[in-house]
Design a protein around this ligand. Structure first.
Ligand SMILES: N[C@@H](CCC(=O)N[C@@H](CS)C(=O)NCC(=O)O)C(=O)O
Length: 101
C-alpha cells in the first residue's frame, strides 16, 4: 500500500469537508452521544440549541420532515436523522463518505 492510500484510509488524517449542523437541547443524552461521536471523528459541527426556543424547534421539525426529537443532524443540509441513524451510518462506513463530500 502506498503512503497516500495509507493516509486516506487513516481516520486521524482524514479531512471532513461537509457542513454539519446538529439541533440539540441541554437535557438530552442522545445529543451528548451524537456530539461525542462527531467530536471523536474530528468533525467540526454547528450546534443549534433549541432548548428555550419553541419557534426554532418548530423550524427544526419542519426541516427534519416532521421528526420532533433531538438531536436532528444535517449533513450538507440533508437530514440524516438522530443519534441512532448517525451511529448506523458510522458503523456501515457511509458516514465517512458523506462527510468527505
Ligand atoms: N432515536 C432518537 C431518540 C432521540 C430522543 O429520544 N431524544 C429525546 C431527548 S434525549 C427527545 O427528543 N425527547 C423528546 C423531547 O425532548 O421533547 C435518536 O437516536 O436520536
Amino acid at each position: 500500500m502506498d503512503f497516500s492510500t495509507l493516509l486516506a484510509n487513516n481516520r486521524i488524517w482524514r479531512e471532513y469537508v461537509a457542513t454539519v449542523q446538529i439541533y440539540t437541547t441541554t437535557y438530552c443524552p442522545y445529543c451528548v452521544r451524537a456530539k461525542a461521536l462527531l467530536a471523536r471523528k474530528g468533525v467540526h459541527f454547528e450546534e443549534i440549541d433549541v432548548t428555550d426556543d419553541p419557534a426554532l424547534r418548530e423550524k427544526m421539525v419542519r426541516l427534519a420532515g416532521g421528526r420532533r426529537t433531538v438531536p436532528e443532524i444535517f449533513i450538507n443540509g440533508k437530514i440524516i436523522g438522530g443519534f441512532e441513524e448517525l451511529r448506523a451510518l458510522d458503523d456501515s462506513g457511509e458516514l465517512d463518505a458523506m462527510l468527505s463530500s
